[in-house]
Design a protein around this ligand. Sequence first.
Ligand code: C2O
Ligand code: CU
Length: 467
Amino acid sequence: MSTASTDLRLSRRAVCAGLAALPVLRPALADAPPPLLTAREARVQLAPPGYDTTPVWSYDGSLPGPVIRARQGSRLERRLVNDLPVPTSVHWHGIRIDNAMDGVAGLTQDPVTPGGQFDYAFDLPDAGTYWYHAHTNSMEQVARGLAGALIVDEPTPPDVDADHVLLLDDWLLDPDSGHFVDGFDHPMMLSHAGRMGNLMGVNGRHDFSLQARQNDRLRLRLINGANARIFVLALEGLTGWRVALDGMPLERPEMVDGQLILAPAQRVDLIVDVTAEAGATAGLLSGSEADGWRLLAEVAVTGRAARTPRGAPAPLPPNPRMAVPGAADAPLLEMPLQGGAMRGMNSGHYQGQEMGFRALMQRGQYWALAGQVGLGPEPFARLSRGETTRIAMTNDTIFPHAMHLHGMHFRQIGADGRQGPLRDTVMLMPDDRVEIAFLTDNPGKWLLHCHMLGHAASGMTHWIEVA
Ligand code: C2O
Ligand code: CU
């Protein structure tokens, strides 16, 4: 035989010998820990100058936590290290995630005890603006600072001059010390509109500002990270379009004219053109016609970019699995939202017992979803995988609520049967009836709860099971 084939065999053997050496290296690589996300105490300057720093609970020492950024279709890994004095867990809000990674203490995992750790690893099927936050006693932990943005980039992001994440929040600070006001479970807050801050800000700053030139095109990713505040926003010196809600691209960009309303946990991606001239006021205003407007996030205009602004932006590329087929004749489940101050409820099912409103109040419980008070052993519904389901939520209370479904996005079904945008959190004003439809394509135990975190903690938490 030719020497060439001998050479081939030899070289193959040489390659195999080389490969044989690899197993020595491989376990070492596999053992490399995922990047850490450390929940720990820290001090940050939240209040205006002159005030002391505020002791907070943070991810990696900052408030909000670091922006986590990854590419669509990639896998995200983080090792949560709990250096806090309390148990905790991380929820990856809006990610259509593997159920075991959803971070809900008491439903999808045990809370991570102080000194403990937990490895999160999951695929990122969708591009968009998401966020992560504590989901163990979240009413207190999120208010103390345990939240951050999670951005999943499109393979080809839209053509903009800059891309900014704006995590909106409010903080309830003691006016003397600048420290958080304690009493995160104050009955007055739980039974009314929730814990409202007395200082508002963006990305941990009450005086947030970013720089741009006139005619720059910016992508602004707004996230409402507040415990209970509904942000009413307006643009000043900017022309903008909504291009995504709760991470999911809109079919057609919608021009922003007038107010932009963002309930707790909701996100909106805007593409804005800076129209203000250098030196003029531009940015995001927060407030209302009645109470006036204040600058929540400043866009400081320095100089001028292109000569003329561009026209309406193109839509973002759609995410996979955005259709909700067969919604019109899908089974309809009724979920009344009940309780709260001034309207109350007769009774509710709590910890395996039917209890009157007074007895519930004594246990710090004020709200119910379809008669169920807080997380119980039985789901609101058991659903078969791959089917479309409708839930009609009726707000029988006198407060607004922001209802959030884990694991799957839904579309609101209008009275005319038309489908709204795909989203994960919907706001209901008093007496609203909102019908949502979603495809049960993600198996597991999924929370459905109010994202006003005090309401969630005092009764407005239920769950569904998809199997
Ligand atoms: Cu943003 Cu149940 O959470
Ligand atoms: Cu609520």
